[in-house]
Design a protein around this ligand. Sequence first.
Ligand code: ADP
Length: 511
Amino acid sequence: MIKTIPIFNRDSVAQEKPMMLENFKDELDYELLQANIFREKILSCILILFVSIILLLNIITRGHEQLDYYISVRSFHIHIVLIFIPIVFLLLTRKHRRITNENFKLLTVLHVLMNTSVLILCAFIAINNEIINQRPFAYVTAMFSIASLILLSKSYRLFAFCSSYAIYITGILFIFKNPSVVFQHVLFSLPLFILALIVSEINYSAYIRNYMNSKIIESKNQELDKIYKLTEQMLAERTKELNETIEMENIRTAFFANISHELRTPLNVIYAAQQMLDLVLKDTTHENQKEVIQYTRITKQNCYRLIRLIANLIDITKIDAGYLQVNLQNIDIVSVAEDITLSAAKYIEDRNIHLVFDTNVEEKIIACDADKIERIILNLLSNAVKFTPEYGSIHVSIEEKEGCIALSVKDTGIGIPPEMKDSIFDRFVQVDKTISRNREGSGIGLSIVKSLVEMHNGKITVISEANKGSEFIIEIPDVYQQDVEEVKAYNLAAEHQYIEKIHIEFSDIYD
Ligand code: ADP
C-alpha cells in the first residue's frame, strides 16, 4: 500500500524574518573587534619598524645640514612615545587571541586608545614637521592608514579624526600667526581630512556588507541543509515503501502463478473425464440420454471457460515476470491468418454472422511467432463475435504496407465509446461492468493481445463508433530474420487441435 507523504513545503524551512543588521548586532561587534585587533597588531609592527628607522636615520644624519632638513626629529620624545604605544598594545593584547565576554571591554578600550593616540601623536609630529620643513606627512599617513585599515564606526571615527585634526589646526594657529598661511594649511589639510573620513566610511560599510552577505549565505546554506535532510528522509521513506510494494507484488505474482497451476490440474482431470463420458454416452442408449448430453455440453463449455481464464492468468503472470517470449520464425503470415480465420468460420456463421477474409497479398514471409499470431487473431475474432449481434458481419483483412503488415478485424457490432478506446487495452477493463451484462469476460484478453503485438515490435490501434462497429488494426514490422530457417509450408495444427483452440477462445460466447 502506498502511503501519501506530505509534499515538502519549501516555505516551511525558509527564513521567516528578513535578514536585519540588528539581528546580529552583538555578534557583529565581536567580529569587528576581532578584525580590528588583528589589523592593529599588524599596524603596530609596521609602526614600530617605521619609527625606529626614522629615529635611526635621524641619529645617523645628525650634523648633516642638508639631510637634517628632511629627516630631523626635533620632537624626539614624541617618536619614542609613538614606538612605546604599539609595544604596549602588542604586549597587552598578546594573550587575547579570541574575543570573549571577559576581554571584550578591555580590548575595546585598547583599540580606541591605540588609534586615537596614534592619530594625536602623528598630529603633534606633523606640527613639529611644519616648523622644520612644512610637510605634515606623518599626520596624513596616519589618517589614511587608519582610515583604510581599521574598521571604525561612525561615532568613534568622528571622535578620533576630529580630535586629532583639532589638535593639528590648533598647532598650526600657534606656529603660523599669519592668517593667510593658516588659511593655506587649512585649504590643504581639510580636503585630505574629509577624504580620509570618506575612505574610512567606505572601508567600514564594505566590511558590514560582506558580513551581511556571508550571513545570508550561511542562512541559505542552513536552509539548503534542512531541505537536503528532509529530501533524504523522504527518499528513504519512499524507497522503503517501494521495496515493500515490490515485495508485495512479488508475493502476489507468485501466488497467482501458484494458484493458476493448482486450478489447472484438477480442471484437466475433470475435462478428461468429461471427454470420456462423451464417448461412453455416444455408445449407450439411455432414456435420459438427451438431457445428459445437454448437461455434459454445459460442463464442457465451462471447462473451456476455466481453461481460457487460467491460461490468460498464467500468461499475464509470465508477461509480468518477463518469461513470455516470442519464438520468431520466417513464416507466411497470410496463410497463418487465413487458416485460423477460416477454421473459425463455421463457428461464426452458425451465429448468423457473416465472415469475410480479404488480402491484397498472396504470400508474405516475415519473422513472427505463428502461435502468438493465432492467439491474437482468435482473441480479436472472439471479441468481434461476442459484441456483434445476429446478421452482422466480421471482416478480416491483411494489407501489405510500407515497412509493415497490417492485420485488421472489423465488425459491425456495438462499438466502443470514445472515452474507453485507450483503456480497453488495460487489464480488467470492460466497457460494461454490470453484473447484468449479457456477455461474459474477464477483461484480460486485449491486454494480452497488446503485449503479444508489442513483443513483435508491432502496435495495435482501434477505430470504433458506438452502435456502428469496431476495427482493431495490428501492424507487425515487415522484417526477415537472416539467421533463422524459413518455414516453407506452415503446417497448421491438426484440425482437432484447432477446433479445441477455437472452443477455448470462444468459450465466453454461449449458444
Ligand atoms: P473481455 O474478456 O471482457 O472481452 P477483453 O480485454 O478482450 O476482455 O476486452 C475488454 C473490453 O473491451 C470488453 O469487455 C469490451 O467492453 C471491449 N471490447 C473489446 N472488443 C470489442 C469489440 N469488438 N466491440 C465492442 N467492444 C469490444
